[in-house]
Design a protein around this ligand. Structure first.
Ligand code: E4P
Length: 219
């Protein structure tokens, strides 16, 4: 399962990049707008810090403009993934970009039918917004289950990336349901590694080891 963090905060990205298994950084217009800097500059910096993929979401309205915008950003990213917000123009842009071998992501996906169209357009990834669906009283998990099942039955190569995740348990659910990737805020990412029992166990091991060293020194 690929693991991404959903942020453009340079401090967070530097910290998360210490973990070598991080697969990259996803962004969206809201996330980039928080940096109060030209998005291209921010992406150049992110690209310099990240070994994996860097995702950029186009904001143009028309398919042709989306393709041009994508190509402009791709020129400053080593391993780009172009995010396209679900719709007719985005599906057409996705079709063009994917035929050119550019990795794409259909984002803002809330139904199986949208996910089928994204796969038909050749999207490398599809992003169902799990948390935002759960917020409305429906089940984001059920949507993931259905998309994964349809993709398997239809032998689509598009990967499901669980997005809009709210806690570390969401990550486990995504893995169990067969999502091939997840993206999450830095806070959740940093929580994945921790467990109080691990801390207690490590302290005990360290103390016992030190006790042995002291004992051997005094022999
Ligand atoms: C995914 O591509 C989106 O950037 C993100 O996961 C949205 O999450 P939110 O619902 O927490 O804004």
């Amino acid at each position: 399962m690929e693991i991404f963090i959903d942020t453009a905060d340079i401090k967070e990205i530097k910290s998360a990049s210490q973990l070598s298994i991080l697969d990259g950084v996803t962004t969206n217009p809201t996330i980039l707008s928080k940096q109060k800097l030209p998005p291209r500059e921010v992406l150049v910096e992110i690209n310099s810090l990240v070994r994996g993929k860097v995702w950029y979401q186009v904001t143009s309205e028309k398919a042709g403009d989306m393709v041009d915008e994508a190509k402009e950003m791709i020129s400053v990213i080593n391993r780009p993934v172009i995010k396209l917000p679900m719709g007719v123009e985005a599906l057409n842009a996705c079709h063009i970009l994917s035929k050119e071998g550019i990795e794409t992501n259909m984002t803002l996906v809330f139904s199986v039918s949208q996910a089928i169209l994204a796969a038909k357009a050749g999207a490398s990834y599809v992003s169902p917004y799990v948390g935002r669906i759960n917020d409305t009283g429906w089940s984001g998990y059920q949507l993931i289950r259905e998309i994964v099942s349809v993709y398997e039955k239809q032998q689509f190569n598009t990967k499901v990336i669980g997005a809009s995740l709210r806690g570390s348990y969401d990550i486990v659910e995504m893995a169990m349901l067969g999502a091939k990737a997840v993206t999450m805020p830095y806070k959740i990412f940093s929580e994945l590694i921790r467990h109080p029992m691990t801390d207690i166990g490590r302290t005990q091991f360290d103390n016992d080891w030190q006790g042995l060293q002291d004992h051997l020194k005094n022999m």
